[in-house]
Design a protein around this ligand. Structure first.
Ligand SMILES: [Cu+2]
Length: 151
């Protein structure tokens, strides 16, 4: 008993020392982590000037009476585009498809066709080259068309 009692203060001191060490270690490691993440989060500057890092854009597009509710959709170059597509035509299939030009020769993105009434979400990356592109419904390629402007 006497032995244990005389040891207790030493154990206490040792514990305090360990706690202090842990606290110091936690402080220094967290400050290290925050400073290193700050330096690594800096984006590389060597990317080509035409490539803009993707802003996120969300666009609501309604198909109703075999027509889109928008004639023009404008997004930043290289943006991450989300199109909230709502087909309100009962029993009528529509989709959203993006082409480089109104000739619809080169496809950029093709959304799945959905039968109305139904809604879906299309996600794609906008072209990095600014210009006026072309979107349409592939089922109604002459009546459901619009300009997709990349800035
Ligand atoms: Cu259509």
């Amino acid at each position: 008993m006497a032995n244990l009692r005389s040891c207790l203060p030493k154990i206490c001191l040792a514990l305090v020392g360990v706690v202090a060490l842990v606290a110091i270690a936690a402080c220094t490691s967290s400050s290290n982590a925050s400073s290193s993440s700050a330096t690594t989060s800096t984006p590389p500057t060597s990317t080509s000037p035409t490539t803009q890092t993707g802003a996120a854009v969300s666009v609501d597009l309604i198909a109703q009476n075999i027509a889109f509710d928008k004639k023009t959709i404008t997004v930043p170059a290289g943006a991450s585009v989300t199109i909230n597509f709502n087909n309100k035509d009962s029993g009528m299939p529509h989709n959203f498809a993006l082409y480089t030009d109104s000739g619809a020769g080169t496809l950029v993105f093709k959304g799945d066709t959905i039968n109305g009434p139904a809604a879906t979400t299309y996600k794609f990356t906008a072209p990095t080259k600014p210009g006026t592109y072309f979107f349409r419904c592939d089922i109604h390629p002459t009546t459901m068309t619009g300009s997709f402007v990349v800035q």
